[in-house]
Design a protein. Structure first.
Length: 661
């Protein structure tokens, strides 16, 4: 027989996993991984179980003991201490010594003589001692003598049931008949910015302070201090490459362009080069590298747009015509998403017979920009390229540079978005932009944070993009911009805004569409970054609150609380030890004052019903004392459309003073 029939343990339903271990779960450095499994055996013997884990570059397993969680479920955790891959599985065996201890206690409770049972226990300890190292063996032999030749049976019994002896016997137990779960699952560990980041998007060509002047990388450098002061740690730049002339789009996506129209940055490639060059008007590659380093000195990562598509003028079209689709009339097929047409963009044909050459070339593009200092990529429309390509590319990149972050810009069907996350994308755009009501938020956050999706899908909540000006911003005015900022920044640990359109509350849209009028995608803007009505101070304060409150560094800990007004949404985030408790209240009616009662789960928050507690409203820096679960609030959208409270629990009273956490 292939298996030893004496192995009596069965291990099932090992969690967490993604597609039964086909893909890794995700964590960031220094996070815990909580592992659980169903473990059963025949009969009534006790079970011992342990968690096995190791970095992929180590051969030996580390172990930690699993605890019984009830209903044959066992649970334990380990901490991932460095970036890269970790493996984990579970091992269990029949614990004859723990069974003996249980039976000994049962006999004692029944008033039976246990002299023989003590001798049996001594034999078990002696047997274990023979296989242990010298130090533990000597200790175990001493325990055995206490049971075999007790000076006082009561003392011997206490020794037999002691936690210290139990621990020693577990550590040195015979595992030869242990059952190990047949598969080791994998966790991909990334740097902390994968879990907690604030993104700011701007067009470099609009960075010049001078009207009608094409911006440069140096102009972007001059904006870095302001962006850092607002609290952003990722600066995302749309494509910085040469822009094609053929079929160039004019203002507002017009198919007729004037000589002065700069074209869409996503129409990549011209006589000046393709994906490994920069637009001449922006500067040189050296200028770009200098920008990357200056940004890093301020704690900002430059995120480069990775758009695997070409203009008709891209060098690839002549050098590798086999990488494109050609129509019967001899023209190359441009991009379409009926009824939309993108005549200035050519999609790559991933089904061509030379697909391997195409894959290698695209990989070389990524490594080219990594060599220039880029460590974050925002990937344009990844759902229009094969999953297998992304799985291969991302693994190739991360094995060499585990710190690389990939953000998937895939506004598509949920299961497609989830598949992209499974194959390796670090973060993902979401449907947050179109969620408006309390029920919509509760349902969506429940899907993202309370189900298996959370093991592989990291949401990045964007308030707006150059493509998307949602209706809530078109009609809600300044209160809507403040509220959507707070919702994005506190519901998710990763969020982003497209600026300066956002902080300037730009709300002009094309008639009947969720698209910007005079979109920056098709023209150079000259922004007045300090124009009246801006909300830069609010943005700055929100990002400061995020940095200072650890509860906001995770997307998975959000809990929604009851209110008696459907326009008031209340939710909380806490750290596991309750040292940081935040409560956010948002008026979802951007035009009218709304009032009502919120109900906090104060018992869960560690607050006695009879005890008052300090609340600090962080946006306005106002402190007050609350008591009980129910508290009444009024939120006027023109004054305070949302409020962020930090709850300080009363810990103790000394010398007539209360101390709060």
């Amino acid at each position: 027989m292939d298996q030893d029939g004496r192995k009596r343990i069965v291990i099932e339903n090992l969690q967490p996993n993604v597609n039964c271990g086909e893909y890794p779960i995700k964590r960031v450095r220094d996070q815990q991984v909580t592992v659980s499994a169903d473990i059963v055996a025949d009969g009534h013997d006790n079970i011992a179980a342990e968690l096995l884990f190791r970095p992929a570059d180590e051969e030996a397993w580390h172990t930690s003991r699993l605890s019984f969680a009830g209903n044959d479920r066992w649970e334990g955790d380990f901490t991932v201490t460095k970036e890269g891959f970790f493996h984990y599985t579970v091992r269990a065996w029949v614990d004859h010594f723990a069974t003996w201890q249980h039976d000994l206690q049962t006999r004692l409770d029944a008033g039976q003589d246990v002299s023989t049972e003590l001798l049996i226990g001594a034999e078990m300890i002696e047997s274990t001692a023979k296989k242990a190292a010298t130090g533990p063996a000597d200790t175990l032999e001493s325990w055995a003598r206490n049971l075999r030749e007790p000076r006082d049976q009561a003392i011997a019994i206490d020794s037999a049931l002691s936690e210290q002896l139990s621990r020693l016997m577990f550590e040195h137990a015979d595992r030869s008949l242990a059952t190990e779960f047949p598969k080791a699952y994998t966790v991909w560990v990334e740097r902390p910015k994968a879990l907690f980041s604030a993104w700011y998007e701007l067009f470099p060509r609009s960075a010049s302070p001078e009207p009608d002047t094409h911006g440069t990388f140096r102009d972007v450098e001059n904006l870095l201090p302001e962006i850092a002061d607002m609290g952003f740690d990722v600066l995302y730049l749309p494509p910085i490459h040469p822009i094609g002339e053929t079929n160039r789009k004019g203002r507002n996506n017009s198919t007729t362009a004037t000589p002065d129209d700069p074209g869409s940055p996503w129409a990549i490639g011209s006589a000046d080069g393709g994906h490994k060059t920069v637009h001449p008007a922006l500067g040189t590659l050296e200028d770009f590298e200098h920008l990357v380093q200056e940004a890093k000195s301020l704690g900002i990562d430059i995120a480069l747009d990775l758009a695997f598509q070409c203009s008709p003028d891209h060098p690839y079209v002549k050098e590798h015509p086999e990488w494109f689709r050609w129509r019967p009339d001899g023209t190359v097929q441009y991009a379409e998403n009926p009824p939309k047409k993108y005549e200035d963009i050519l999609p790559l044909n991933f089904e061509n017979h030379h697909w391997q050459d195409l894959w290698e070339e695209l990989k070389s593009v990524v490594f080219f920009w990594i060599d220039k200092g880029v460590r974050v990529f925002r990937v344009d429309n990844p759902h229009t390229k094969p999953f297998r390509f992304w799985e291969w590319l991302i693994r190739e990149v991360k094995e060499a540079y585990p710190e690389i972050i990939f953000l998937a810009e895939a506004f598509t069907r949920p299961k497609v978005m989830y598949r992209l996350a499974k194959v390796g994308f670090t973060q993902s755009y979401t449907y947050f932009t179109w969620r408006n009501t309390k029920d919509e938020f509760v349902d969506y956050l429940t899907e993202l944070t309370r189900r298996g999706v959370r093991e592989f899908f990291r949401p990045n909540f964007w308030t707006n993009t150059p493509d998307i000006l949602p209706e809530n911003l078109q009609y809600g005015g300044r209160p809507a911009f403040i509220n959507r900022l707070i919702l994005a920044a506190t519901l998710s640990s990763n969020y982003g805004i497209y600026g300066p359109a956002y902080e300037l509350c730009e709300d002009k849209a094309l008639d009947g569409k969720e698209e910007y009028l005079h979109s920056e995608k098709f023209e150079i803007k000259n922004w007045n970054r300090d124009q009246p009505g801006h909300i830069k101070d609010v943005v700055t304060r929100v990002n400061q609150i995020r940095r200072e409150n650890e509860a906001l560094h995770s997307a998975w800990n959000v809990d929604f609380y009851d209110t008696d007004n459907r326009y008031l949404m209340c939710y909380g985030k806490t750290t596991p030890d309750l040292s940081n408790i935040l409560v956010v209240v948002v008026n979802l009616d951007y035009l009218h004052k709304q009032s009502g009662t919120i109900r906090l789960p104060i018992k869960k928050l560690g607050i006695p019903e009879s005890q008052s507690y300090l609340v600090h409203e962080l946006l306005r820096d106002v402190k007050s004392i609350w008591q009980g679960a129910s508290n009444y609030l009024e939120l006027d959208p023109n004054q305070s459309p949302a409020q962020i409270y930090r709850i300080h629990r009363r810990l103790r009273r000394e010398n007539d003073f209360d101390y709060y956490l």
